[in-house]
Ligand binder design. Structure first.
Ligand code: NDP
Length: 624
């Protein structure tokens, strides 16, 4: 457990000034001597580490969780399913998805005066990610003061700097109550089709409950990492012991709760497959409570200092109106590579902001030629990763285990991890790291064991910390089929690639909005991004209401202009990603062609939306 500490000045309302960037020499001659490390040797090592992990089957190494995968996808938290009569009624706005994107849309619509809203959610309550992910140790990995939305509106100050998942889930529920979004909500209901009815200017929303609801407008915010995936390890279905995915934690089997104390594992041998952001949070609990823990690693995460601590009540008292927006904007500016006088958050994310400057569009270092900027960024990256590798040596006693836990790739190749307990867990006598890198992962599963390099590891239980399918939810992938004007679908209309205005709506699909990361700007603080999108959608819908308009739809010209903007400013991440170890950030080592994100980054994108609203943009889309 983290020991409570005194709040540092930056959290107590006296922010420190931002550290000056460390200047690194730009020329490469004599670099190893000056730098204390050899960039060429590191580049070669990174390449070798990537090459030994590349699998020709890429994404198809994974299995989608379907009905045939048994109970993996079941909801362990829902009461036995309640039955209700199918709905054939009408609402003004239907919101598909009850995670933070949907909740923010509902909240911003309420603030804009829309009363008639129906939330549609597959789970039995609000929360999205935080509904499903209740594994032991689950907590926010972005500072909760900037991650948790609508804090001031709801009247909550997080109790910890990185709040536990349960507090975040309860906050999602509080948003639902505060903005009266439980009224008329349909839980345990999955939207299965959207069909535009031109005559009535309405969408018909079909669901797996037999509903055929009608809605003037539909907003889809159904998540980007919401469908758990399993590795396609040969023999996976033959295992006779217990198994589950981290997003469906089985406390009936493990005992305990999200704060740990998994007492039923005291006599169990447990395997965890995966060492991503989720595993970093669960491994310390499993290591402490299981009789034997095997951690099957293919690629180690980078693990930086977490430094969690409870919120200082005096600091919470001192906050003045607008504090959360100011802090959130400051964080977004810094992690997007922008400049700010102060760093209010001062954590691992903002400290690494200079590394992000090469990955996220930025206006700083603008005076340097691009090649020099890239070179400096790479050197800073080497330096950061050297520090993180040295941290492994400092914390892990066994040299061979420490060596295997070192990440050999550039910082943002994988989602960075933060923990003050993960690496130390490998010092426990009952915890074994099994490095699978040379075998493409766990090679085989038998009735009672996992096999790697000819060794069988007998276990009672396998926990799959193997992540989620990327971008399969929502309307992009066809998971939720959409029939727009004249029955045309997105795949039919988007044969040449996606076409949207601001990533939010498309010609031929009136009154339909989607939140997400297509053709707009993303950030590690994704909930902030969703809030800006929800605010924009609510403003557009409020205007349509004000004007008594039945249709909101971008013209084909407005859409084409935005697609051109996206393609003109496209960030060139391909080279960077191609050199990375495989993972979901780079399509398992096969980075796809063109990025579809707004090249000037989120700060510029949000400013662009505000200007568009202020300067008559509505006339383009509120059409009658
Ligand atoms: P990830 O996709 O990040 O990690 C999956 C892990 O499974 C990887 O370590 C992967 O190895 C490993 N793996 C997959 N197949 C095999 C195999 N056959 N054998 C051995 N290992 C295998 O999933 P996570 O659930 O950890 O994280 C997903 C995302 O969720 C994060 O990136 C983050 O965005 C978010 N998250 C956020 C948190 C928060 O606090 N806000 C906390 C947790 C997660 P390899 O890397 O080699 O492919």
């Amino acid at each position: 457990m983290v020991t409570p500490r005194k709040q540092p000045a930056s959290l107590a309302g006296e922010p420190d000034r931002l550290d000056l960037p460390r200047r690194l020499p730009a020329s490469s001659a004599g670099e190893p001597d000056r730098l204390g490390f050899d960039p060429d040797a590191l580049r070669a090592r990174y390449r070798a580490e990537r090459d030994r992990r590349i699998r020709p089957d890429g994404n198809s190494q994974y299995r989608r969780i379907t009905g045939e995968s048994g109970t993996y996808g079941d909801d362990p938290y829902a009461e036995p399913e309640s039955t209700r009569e199918p709905l054939f009624d009408r609402v003004e706005v239907a919101v598909v998805g009850g995670g933070f994107g949907g909740l923010l849309t509902g909240a911003r619509l309420r603030q804009a005066g829309v009363r008639d809203i129906r939330m549609i959610e597959q789970a039995a309550d609000f929360g999205g990610t935080w509904y499903w992910n209740r594994y032991p140790g689950v907590q926010c990995d972005i500072e909760s003061y900037v991650y948790m939305p609508l804090l001031e509106e709801v009247g909550h100050v997080p109790t910890w700097r990185y709040a536990p998942g349960e507090e975040i889930r309860q906050h999602a529920r509080a948003i639902g109550r505060h903005f009266d979004l439980y009224r008329d909500a349909c839980f345990q209901t999955r939207a299965t089709e959207l069909r535009w009815d031109e005559g009535e200017s309405e969408w018909i929303v079909s669901t797996d409950r037999g509903d055929l609801m009608r809605a003037r407008h539909v907003v889809v915010s159904s998540g980007t990492l919401s469908l758990p995936k399993l590795p396609g390890i040969p023999g996976i279905e033959t295992f006779k012991g217990h198994t589950f995915h981290t997003s469906r934690w089985d406390y009936a089997y493990t005992g305990g709760d999200a704060s740990g104390n998994l007492d039923k594992l005291a006599d169990k041998r447990v395997a965890v497959i995966g060492t991503g952001a989720t595993a970093i949070q669960i491994v310390p609990h499993l290591g402490r409570d299981a009789r034997q823990l095997y951690v099957f690693q293919r690629t180690p995460s980078s693990v930086d200092v977490r430094d969690n601590r409870p919120t200082d009540p005096a600091w919470a008292e001192s906050l003045t109106p607008g504090w959360s927006r100011r802090r959130r904007d400051n964080f977004l500016t810094l992690v997007s590579g922008g400049q700010a006088e102060q760093d209010l958050v001062r954590d691992g994310w903002t400290a690494s902001a200079r590394l992000l400057q090469n990955l996220v569009p930025t206006d700083s270092y603008a005076h340097l030629p691009a090649g020099e900027r890239d070179h400096l960024g790479e050197l800073a990256d080497f330096q950061k990763m050297n520090e993180l590798r040295a941290r492994v040596d400092d914390l892990v006693e066994d040299p061979a285990t420490a060596e295997a836990l070192k990440p050999w790739y550039r910082y943002m190749c994988k989602r960075p991890g933060f923990s003050d307990t993960y690496l130390q867990t490998f010092n426990r006598p009952n915890v074994t790291l099994v490095d699978t890198a040379d075998h493409g992962g766990v090679q085989r599963i038998t009735g009672n064991a996992l096999v790697v390099g000819g060794t069988e590891y007998e276990v009672d239980c396998i926990v799959f910390a193997t992540g989620f399918e990327v971008g399969v939810s929502g309307i992009l992938s066809g998971e939720l089929p959409v029939y727009g004007r004249d029955g045309v679908t997105f795949p039919e209309r988007w044969k040449e690639g996606p076409r949207t205005l601001h990533g939010l709506y498309s010609h031929g699909f009136p009154n339909l909005f989607q939140l997400g990361s297509l053709q707009n700007a993303a950030s590690v603080n994704y909930v902030h991004i969703l809030d800006e999108q929800a605010t924009h959608v609510a403003a557009v819908l409020a205007e349509a209401r004000e004007r008594g308009a039945r249709h909101v739809e971008p013209s084909a010209d407005a859409e084409a202009a935005w697609v051109d903007t996206i393609h003109e400013k496209v960030p060139s991440l391909h080279k960077f990603q191609a050199e990375c170890t495989p993972g979901y950030y780079n399509n398992e080592g096969m980075p796809s062609g063109r990025s579809e994100s707004f090249g000037d980054g989120p700060i510029a994108f949000h400013e662009l939306l505000r200007r568009w609203r202020a300067e008559g943009g509505m006339d383009e889309v509120v059409v009658g």
